[in-house]
Ligand binder design. Structure first.
Ligand SMILES: [Mg+2]
Length: 290
């Protein structure tokens, strides 16, 4: 038995939903009901996540959804990617703009996030291109280009109020992630650190590289500290988020690249990050808005 919670347009029980239930009935018993906040809860037997996702995509179009083998519970751990998930930009692309290199660097970033390039190699290559850029550009870039994704702070703060620990894990840089984490309320940051000497970027990194394996390892380490019964929510958009998304109980692909979306059991394609709260069953009246 799988439970899918779905936010769709048009809201409510509709002809599309009847067609969806008809398609699911080829596999086993299925039913649907509307729960709080315009969320439809579908219960289906005889299907796996991939089939259920396909049926939802086919019949309901663009949706936000979460599929689980049980009614979703509140997570004790929230672990998230930063670039294009918690903030709307890719930091390295924006930084590259200050060096006059955005087209070259953004093309590599896009291919890396699609899973077409080795992440570590692509990272080193792009960081090397930034050699000589003044570190003042980082502060300017942060101030001018980096803004939280809509709903990001509400998501983190509301989960926190519900007793959930939040960790930001990024293939991007501490120089960006630390202030973003502070602003949104993440309790820990794992990321890469741009090396700076005499006020300019050296083109290198300091310390170990944070990549897809690091993201998953951080999840595993944090979960061990909380105890195995804790449920984990993960959000990300890129290929380097896949192992983390797969390891989470609720792995949500946020406006994600196709490979990441296919690896997830949840997705947000139409709303903002507060959809994750709706899908977890946290009603709007319980959101922390400050
Ligand atoms: Mg990302």
């Amino acid at each position: 038995m799988l439970i899918a919670r779905v936010i769709a347009e048009p809201a409510g029980l509709s002809p599309q939903l009847d067609a969806l239930l008809e398609a699911l009935s080829d596999h086993g018993p299925a039913d649907a009901r509307e729960i709080d906040g315009g969320v439809i809860e579908i219960a289906a037997e005889g299907v796996d996540v991939a089939v259920l996702r396909m049926v939802i995509d086919t019949h309901l179009g663009k949706t936000d959804a979460l599929i689980a083998p049980h009614r979703p519970q509140l997570p004790r751990l929230f672990i998230s990617d930063m670039d294009s998930t918690m903030i709307s930009a890719e930091c390295i692309d924006e930084l590259a703009d200050f060096a006059g290199l955005k087209p070259q660097i953004a093309a590599i970033t896009e291919r890396a996030m699609q899973g077409e390039l080795d992440f570590r190699e692509a990272l080193r290559e792009r960081v090397a291109l930034l050699k000589g850029l003044s570190q003042d550009a980082i502060a300017q870039c942060l101030a001018e280009r980096i803004a939280p994704m809509k709903g990001a702070r509400i998501l983190v703060q509301t989960l926190k109020a519900k007793g959930c620990r939040s960790v930001l894990v990024t293939g991007g840089f501490h120089q960006f992630a630390d202030p973003v984490a502070e602003q949104l309320g993440f309790e820990r940051v794992v990321g890469n650190r741009l090396e700076v000497a005499d006020g300019v970027l050296t083109g290198g990194l300091v310390g170990p590289i944070s990549d897809s394996a690091t993201k998953k390892a951080t999840l595993v380490e944090e979960l061990e500290a909380l105890g195995e019964k804790a449920h984990v929510l993960a959000t990300g958009d890129g290929a380097n988020d896949i192992p983390m998304i797969e390891a989470a109980h609720y792995g949500v692909a946020f406006e994600a690249k196709p490979k990441a979306r296919a690896a997830a059991n949840g997705w947000v394609d139409r709303g903002d990050l507060t959809s994750v709260l709706r899908l977890l069953g946290v009603a709007e009246k319980d959101w922390v808005l400050d």
